[in-house]
Write a protein that binds this ligand. Sequence first.
Ligand SMILES: Cc1ncc(C[n+]2csc(CCOP(=O)(O)OP(=O)(O)O)c2C)c(N)n1
Ligand SMILES: [Mg+2]
Length: 357
Amino acid sequence: MPRETVYTAVTERLSILDAEGKVDERLMPELTAEQITEGYRSMVRMRAFDDKALKLQRQGRMGTWPPIRGQEAVQVGVAMAMTDDDWLIPAFREHGLMLMRGIPGYLQYAYWSGDERGSCIPEGVRCLPIAVPVGSQWQHGTGVGLALKLRDEDAAAVTFGGDGSTSQGDFHEALNLAGVYKSKTVFIIQNNQWAISIPLHEQTASSTLAQKAHAYGLPGLQVDGNDVFAVYVATKEALKRARSGEGASLIEAVTYRMGDHTTADDASRYRSAEEVKEWEDRDPVVRLRAFLKERKWWDDDREETLQQEVQLWVDEQVRALEEMEQAGIEEIFSDMYAEMPSHLEAQLAQLREEVGQ
Ligand SMILES: Cc1ncc(C[n+]2csc(CCOP(=O)(O)OP(=O)(O)O)c2C)c(N)n1
Ligand SMILES: [Mg+2]
């Protein structure tokens, strides 16, 4: 018997806004000047939010923080494509997107200060709490997407993970199940090139992460993750597919973690300054601002006003954080189960005894 081709696949890359702020008009989505300007404002706000968190941590006012600098376009593009009915299942580097979905900044700061109340999502906001176990979010995304399908809701689940998380079994199990059961899920990889100190080429021998979708019968698309329009278009398309019952999709957003992995890391020990510089030249904030300026939708005065506004807003978040009443020690245990199991009750009692309460 001759050998015959039984399967071939092509993986595409979508890019609309280049590093100079020029767009491919043929691919531009229908977004108004207001919508795009609002997206830019959100981007600047999340960068200031991120910068402030780093300072708070260095001053000993916050526990730890995973920076999002450089990854803002992914977060803005996805948020702009989602509706209020869609669910967000974040990993741990989606603070900007969480802000845009209605999770207050001070509560996110509280989470990273070790305060469990930071995991309490405001009523009516469709977002799961941050999950730090790498890759666990993929399974949650399939689960929520299946629930939405069973309930016949006109909504989808958008779930996140990093390049490193694609090496976890969870990623493959989640995509497999989503493929078979056509869950209403959009899987988004923030490929920021690094998993702490492990570079992408040590993570996988695949040419792209998007192509992994094909093994599970899902469409997989790579996008320039520093291009807010490409991210928006890809997410919108995947959400439409999910909502209409056609099934899940995988998007690989190629971006870069400009900062350290977290405040507990020093990236200069394992990557070169030249590499960081290369990506600084592709900064998502700079390129969107260049686009807006060219269209005459933005100028230096507006920029200055915005910078002042976001600083005031960030200061308010810090004030709200520091004005929170001291959390009780029971907060560590109380939100894990609807009713506290006996082993947690015993641990709480032991802790109370140890701290003399
Ligand atoms: C199951 C599990 N293993 C290890 C860790 C420690 N850890 C935290 S983040 C991380 C790297 C994650 O890399 P990636 O998925 O690329 O996400 P990024 O941090 O780059 O956003 C590791 C190994 C963890 N949190 N969970
Ligand atoms: Mg990574």
